[in-house]
Each structure stands twice: as structure tokens, then as C-alpha cells.
Design a protein around this ligand. Structure first.
Ligand code: ADP
Length: 400
């Protein structure tokens, strides 16, 4: 069975075609600049040369059509015809409270996704466009929605509610939802497997550290708390997002700088985080380089990032009554040897000791804690596409 995994952004489509017989990736690629000048498809078939296709891609339907053409092309294709695609799995950012698991997309599900637009105005509309484009190009092929929010739906009320009048929750669904759920779920399952333990016996803290970063407290395989909130702005310091701040800063700055609601939203989402502090970049590689060259604000941004992660780890240890393993994943978590060291130095009180030699790895699943460390530390590369493909297979396999 072959599953097409699709992740639509406002001007992009990321895709992978996965052969579920052995979970191998047959091809992957990226459509960029949809609706803009210079739109392009970069297609990477497994074991063949990368192909760059420049075309006028004015909307997501044209993008999906080009992806199918690339996948079935006589020269750089990997399947003979579109009929080989048994199902499509979509990454959907916001499922609200309606979805605690992945689902087969039906007209009712589409209606629910539309209702979530208000809560994820930047993400859900392109996700929905992706589903519509696939229905148009591949009519009759089952499609599955896999939500970033679903894994976090097990959070108890005391963790997901904000202490504002209860009516805000009842009327508008204002609560913590959490994101990156597919990644937190995947790495928690992987680490249990690598440790040879049952998920049900573990207390896990997963640190998804990338451009967007979040952390989750997982007990008996269930998410108990996570750092992103009503939107992905809450929690850790991020590439360009502030993470948690005193909410009273908003009206203060809006008055001082004469900012509109939209402008302050942009300020906190796009101009803050390690970019705002360092003034150098939102990319951690640039900031690490600048810090090494003596840039004090770059060094401060890295210290603030690590400090916030450590604070969250401490609070999540309290939330789940201890911790057995801490996992690092995503771009920074998988690749930054120095950031992992910086975060772990200061967690020794928990019985956590990082091994500098084992930690000297990038992008590889491996234990990095020292022998005898009471709390284990692991690096686990995330694979959200594989989770989407697996869920799609499970759901569509049940259809047959
Ligand atoms: P997102 O999916 O949220 O866009 P990623 O998970 O791809 O983000 O992570 C991107 C971040 O990971 C970038 O800030 C990048 O600097 C950082 N990163 C990637 N490789 C390294 C590395 N070798 N050292 C330090 N940071 C890295």
C-alpha cells in the first residue's frame, strides 16, 4: 500500500510518497511560492537525481497536480499511475477539541476543520485547500487528517485551562491545545522502544526544539501538559516567537508604540524570540556562530533559550511526579550538541548526567546520558510524515 503524505502551508506543499509495506520513502519534495512569482517544485525520487520544475503554480490544486505528474513521470517518477496511491494523509494543524485522534476525512470532518479556522487562521485554511485539491485531482481516494493538536487532548482540565473567566472557554474555546503532537507522540513511542520499556511504565519529557519549539510531559503514554497553548506562541523561547510573557506587556506596548492588535501579534510571532534578543538571526546556527565570535547578545539569546527549557523541565517533573527519560528532537534538538549540553548542565539535581562523548552526535537516535545516570537522556530524530503515513494506513486499512 502506498500513501501520499501532504503538508500544505499558505504558499507551500511538502510531500512524501511512502511504501507502507516496508515504510520506505519512494519520493519526497516541496512545492514553493504558490501564487507568487518564481513558483517551483523540487522533486526528489529515492535513488535518482533531484528534479527542479519551474512552473506557474497559482494555487494548491495546480501544485498537487504537478506533484502527481512528477510522481508518475516516465523519467523521474516512482509509480506507473496515480491509481497506485491508495490513500492520502494530511497534516492538519488545529483539530480543536473535536479530534483526539486521526480521522478519515468526511464532509462532517471538513465542516469541523472550517470551524477551527478561527483558532488557526494561518494554518488551517491552507490545510483545507490541500484536502480540497486532492479530492479534485484524486476523486475517490480516501484522505485522512492527522492533527498537531490530537495527542495533547489527554491533558487534564487543570492543565489546559487558563485562569480567565470560564465563559471564555465555553464561548470561544479559549484553552491550551498544544501543537507538535505528532512529533511528541512519535519520539515518546520510539524512546520506549529503544529503552525496551512499556510506554505505560514511563514518565517522559519530550523537547521538540526547532524554529518553533515545544515541550511535553508524558505519563503512561498520555500527554499531561505541554508548553504551546491556545496558539503556538506560548511556552519556550523560539526562533522568532516570544514564548510565554506577562500578558500585561501587550496593552503596555500597544499604547507606547501605537500598535494595533495585528501589529503586536506580528511583533510577538515574527520579531521576538532569539531573533529579537540577539538581533542576529532566528537560525540557531547563525546565533551559535555569532556567540562563538564574541557577540554578547547572541550568547544571551542562547542562555535564555536553554534556561527556559530547563525551567519547563523542572516544572514538568513536578507535573508528572518525576521523570525517567528526557528526549531531544527536531532541528535544534537533534543537531545542536552545544545546546543539549547547555540545557542539561544544571539538571544534575534530577539525577541527570549527560555524557559529552555520546552527546557528540547529530540527527541520530541514541542515548546521550552517562552510564549510571538515573534519568536517561536520548536524541530521537522526529518523523512526523511517518506517523501520518502509519495513521493513514491504519484508518484506510480498516476501510477495506
Ligand atoms: P521548524 O520545523 O520549526 O521550521 P526545524 O525543526 O527544522 O524547525 O529546526 C530548525 C532549527 O534547527 C533552525 O533554527 C536551525 O538553526 C536549527 N539547526 C539545524 N541544524 C543545526 C545545527 N547543526 N546546529 C544548530 N542548530 C541547528
Amino acid at each position: 500500500m502506498k500513501v501520499l503524505v501532504v503538508n500544505c502551508g499558505s504558499s507551500s506543499i511538502k510531500y512524501q510518497l511512502v511504501n507502507m509495506n516496508d515504510e520506505s520513502v519512494l519520493a519526497k519534495g516541496l512545492v514553493e511560492r504558490i501564487g507568487l512569482d518564481g513558483s517551483v517544485l523540487t522533486h526528489q525520487p529515492e535513488g535518482k537525481d533531484k528534479v527542479i520544475i519551474n512552473a506557474d503554480i497559482s494555487d494548491h490544486s495546480i501544485g498537487i497536480k504537478l506533484v502527481i505528474e512528477a510522481l508518475t513521470d516516465a523519467k523521474h517518477g516512482v509509480i506507473a499511475s496515480m491509481k497506485e496511491i491508495a490513500a492520502v494523509g494530511h497534516r492538519i494543524v488545529h483539530g480543536g477539541e473535536k479530534f483526539a485522534d486521526s480521522v478519515l476525512i468526511t464532509p462532517d470532518v471538513m465542516k469541523a476543520l472550517e470551524e477551527c479556522i478561527e483558532m488557526a487562521p494561518l494554518h488551517n485554511p491552507p490545510n483545507i485547500m490541500g484536502v480540497n485539491a486532492c479530492s479534485k485531482i484524486m476523486p475517490g481516494v480516501p484522505q485522512v487528517a492527522v492533527f498537531d493538536t490530537a495527542f495533547h487532548q489527554t491533558m487534564p482540565k487543570e492543565a489546559f485551562l487558563y485562569a480567565i473567566p470560564y465563559e471564555a472557554y465555553e464561548k470561544y474555546g479559549v484553552r491550551r491545545y498544544g501543537f507538535h503532537g505528532t512529533s511528541h507522540k512519535f519520539v515518546s513511542q520510539q524512546v520506549a522502544e529503544l529503552m525496551g520499556k512499556k510506554l505505560a511504565d514511563l514518565r517522559i519529557i519530550t523537547c521538540h526544539l526547532g524554529n518553533g519549539s515545544s515541550i511535553a510531559a508524558i505519563k503512561n503514554g498520555k500527554c499531561i501538559d505541554t508548553s504551546m497553548g491556545f496558539t503556538p506562541l506560548d511556552g519556550l523561547v523560539m526562533g522568532t516567537r516570544s514564548g510565554g510573557i506577562d500578558p500585561a506587556i501587550l496593552p503596555f506596548l500597544m499604547k507606547k508604540e501605537k500598535m494595533t492588535a495585528e501589529q503586536i501579534d506580528n511583533y510577538l510571532n515574527k520579531k521576538s524570540g532569539v531573533l529579537g534578543i540577539s538581533g542576529v538571526s532566528s537560525d540557531f546556527r547563525d546565533i551559535e556562530e555569532a556567540a562563538n565570535a564574541g557577540n554578547e547578545r547572541a550568547a544571551l539569546a542562547l542562555d535564555m533559550f536553554a534556561y527556559r527549557v530547563r525551567k519547563y523541565v523542572g516544572s514538568y517533573v513536578a507535573a508528572i511526579g518525576g521523570v525517567d527519560v528526557i528526549v531531544f528532537t527536531a532541528g535544534l534538538g537533534e543537531n545542536s550538541i552545544t545546546m543539549r549540553e547547555k540545557i542539561c548542565n544544571g539538571l544534575e539535581y534530577l539525577g541527570t548526567r549527560i555524557d559529552p562523548v555520546k552527546n557528540n552526535i547529530r540527527g541520530k537516535a541514541q542515548e546521550i546520558s552517562a552510564d549510571g545516570s538515573e534519568v536517561k537522556i536520548f536524541v530521537i530524530p522526529t518523523n512526523e510524515e511517518l506517523v501520518i503515513a502509519r495513521d493513514t494506513k491504519t484508518i484506510c486499512g480498516n476501510l477495506a
